[in-house]
Design a protein around this ligand. Structure first.
Ligand code: ATP
Length: 453
């Protein structure tokens, strides 16, 4: 595909996100806050479905993982010990010509000379280190002693709670602690819609193990995570695994994979799977003076566990889901003329609304009453939507555009007016094939739940 085609596709996705209430610019009425995004009524559902599925697969369906939810405000000593206060920075340069602030690795090069990617200017400042952490003050005093940070990753609270969680959960190695939550990085250039934001959410697992298990578990988790993406509807051939080369890896990591997705703006990281050795726990043990060791009852050994970390971005995955799902095809309009249909082919598991329910006509009381009965039947089990306005084709189209996988229409046959054997059956329409089948209301819940879980 051409760059132009991909840029156009991205524009359409961004426009759909705004038009239908998936994602808005934060503080839009005041001109927007760069690098921050608000999720609207449909975006929040999509995001929750993703987080809930991650939690289900990574915590509930396993015996060896427990969850936690740590605070965002972080003690400075935690981030000093982890190396973030010293080293969590990007080299940054300014272009003196167009005044752009740029990350050093974003510069372009012509005939060996670095230049500004915006204006081509060559008058650039020397690179300087820019710490990406957001600093704040806790309490009334705004001095050195009151500094706290907004966490730049969720992982550190898992490491510093390792001992407490080990004691209460009574797990044996290997076992993991999972967390989903906000993280903050003062990125120099937020860009590509939500891809690089200053406030974002992570889904992280710290899977503790013995040193000799580390490399094997790194491969195990890479495979598990690839399966996860396939199970939420991201095609395997759009995912790439990059083995991070030695010179790019964090010095303490013995192996790292980046799982990347082919976004319209290029193949970019969705998740990092890293074998972090015993670096983090050892650092915190040294700095805090508290033991973070594990005692193996069988061998009577005491040691600091190693850890493998699959760390995924919620916002990046939501964006990948939207990019993967966005499609245009052809469908007949009310008069049978073919028109372009925008459809989000989301996996039903991820779709914000699982089923829309339509009475064929809004001014026929028995149809409306039956439709409300169907809504009441489904509502305790899934997020459903009732719509009685406009022609039925247009109502389907509105749902296609937001990825609702199923539509149920209550028509005169449901009332058994023409054929008594069809009484209490409805039309169930599939978003992708647009095929319709006749289903008894009694079977509807079972049919739908088996397809959306
Ligand atoms: P990048 O190289 O893209 O800056 P990273 O390697 O620094 O990312 P990690 O520290 O490994 O990222 O964080 C784990 C995950 O958190 C990433 O794979 C990504 O999905 C998400 N993430 C990190 N930074 C951002 C950001 N600025 N905006 C959105 N998501 C992010």
């Amino acid at each position: 595909m051409s760059d132009e085609h991909d840029a156009r596709r991205m524009e359409k996705i961004v426009s759909l996100c705004k038009r239908r209430g998936f994602i808005f610019q934060s503080s839009e009425v005041y001109g927007g806050l760069n690098g921050a995004w608000d999720y609207g009524p449909l975006g929040v559902e999509l995001k929750r479905n993703l987080k809930n599925y991650w939690w289900r697969v990574m915590v509930h369906e396993r015996d060896d993982v427990v969850g936690m939810d740590g605070s965002i405000l972080t003690h400075p000593e935690v981030l000093k010990a982890s190396g973030h206060v010293e080293g969590f920075s990007d080299p940054m340069i300014d272009c003196r010509t167009c005044k752009a602030h740029l990350r050093f690795d974003q510069l372009t090069e012509k005939k060996g000379v670095k230049q500004c990617p915006n204006c081509g200017g060559k008058d650039l400042t020397e690179p300087r280190q820019f710490n990406l952490m957001f600093e704040t003050h806790v309490g009334a005093a705004a001095d050195e002693s009151s500094i706290a940070y907004l966490r730049p990753e969720t992982a550190q609270s898992i490491f510093v709670q390792f001992k407490n969680i080990l004691e209460v959960s009574r797990k044996k190695l290997p076992f993991g602690i999972a967390q989903i939550g906000k993280a903050f990085r003062n990125e120099i250039n937020p860009r590509n819609f939500t891809f690089r934001s200053r406030e974002f959410e992570q889904m992280e697992l710290e899977y503790f193990c013995r040193a000799e298990q580390g490399m094997e578990l790194l491969d195990y988790w890479k495979e598990e995570r690839l399966k996860f993406y396939e199970n939420i509807g991201i095609a395997r051939d759009k995912l790439h695994v990059r083995t991070v080369p030695d010179d790019e890896r964090a010095f303490y990591s013995k192996g790292t994979y980046d799982i990347e997705y082919s976004f319209p703006f290029g193949c970019q990281e969705l998740e990092g799977v890293a074998y972090r050795t015993d670096y983090d726990l050892s650092q915190h043990q040294r700095a805090s003076g508290k033991s973070l060791e594990y005692f193996d009852e069988e061998t009577k050994q005491r040691f600091v566990p190693h850890v493998v970390e699959p760390s995924a971005g919620v916002d990046r995955t939501v964006l990948a889901l939207l990019c993967e799902a966005y499609a245009e095809d052809e469908a007949p309009d009310e008069k049978g003329k073919m028109e372009t249909r925008i459809v989000l082919r989301l996996h039903p598991r991820m779709s914000p609304i699982k089923c829309a329910v339509f009475p064929l006509l809004k001014n026929k009381e028995p149809l409306v009453a039956k439709a409300k009965e169907v809504i009441d039947l489904l509502r305790p089990h899934m997020f459903v939507f009732y719509d009685e306005s406009g022609a039925i084709g247009r109502r389907y189209r509105r749902q296609d555009e937001i990825g609702t996988p199923f539509g149920v229409t209550i028509d005169f046959e449901t009332l058994g007016e023409k054929n008594a054997s069809l009484r209490d059956t409805v039309t169930l329409r599939d978003r992708d094939s647009m095929k319709q089948e006749r289903v008894a209301i009694n079977d509807l819940l079972g049919t739908l739940t088996s397809r959306i879980r």
